[in-house]
Ligand binder design. Sequence first.
Ligand code: AMP
Length: 280
Amino acid sequence: MRIVKSVAAIHRVSRRLPRPLILVPTMGALHEAHLALVDHARRLAGPDGSTVVSIFVNPTQFGPREDFRKYPRPFDRDCSLLRTRKCDLVFAPAPAEMYAPDASVTVNESALSAVMCGTSRPGHFGGVCTVVTKLFNLVQPDSAVFGEKDFQQLVILRRMVRDLDIPVRIVGHPTIRESDGLALSSRNVYLSAEERTQAPLIQQTLREAELKIRTEAVRREALEKWMRRRIERGSLAEVDYVVAVDPETLQPREPTRLPVLLAAAVFFGATRLIDNLLVE
Ligand code: AMP
């Protein structure tokens, strides 16, 4: 497995990798969900193709009061894990490599980014779209794999490659969970023991809501209020948002019409967790 840290080298190196070339963008602190994405990339690449994992804690997608500085960066451990999963190349640039001090061009999506996490994290999706565009330009993959846990990100990136004619196929991968339903996340390590026992309430509630949708003619507003109350049964849980939306437009949708995406963001102390469930 090759490790490339310089922007100057990545173009040259990735151009020589056998195709198809599949990219998995990450911020490192890898866990089993990231590795499942890498395994999926390996399957898409086939025996002759190549897999590239980028590890970059992108400063421009963090808000001023978010966890950029303390975000875990266990780089050597990440590389050892990737070696066991037949990753061909790790691209791990330093922020100074990626952004000129006077960088002034960004990529912004303006409709899907205006709701849900976009409301609570202004600028976040602009940061994501810009860095993903740069990674696509640097690595020039045929496909890139993203997790459905970040459903809004996935929908926005699909819109971005469509609207900007970027020749990269965006592939979604199902959410990987702990046995109690909590979605794996690099941020789960911030949870106290008590917060950790309450965190599965998010997915539990979304599943109960799915049952409600399938068995009752429940209205959206009533369902959203109900979900909020259920999640906040956890004394340490503070709901940022919990919504029922159209999975393509992310606009509010009455759950009597399927498919509907149930999506939540919940604070446990300073830790913000997100999850979702697609009801089809
Ligand atoms: P991150 O390092 O958190 O930016 O995540 C890198 C990629 O892994 C993104 O495409 C995420 O959607 C994906 N990912 C993170 N957690 C999960 C999970 N529990 N299940 C599936 N994909 C995930």
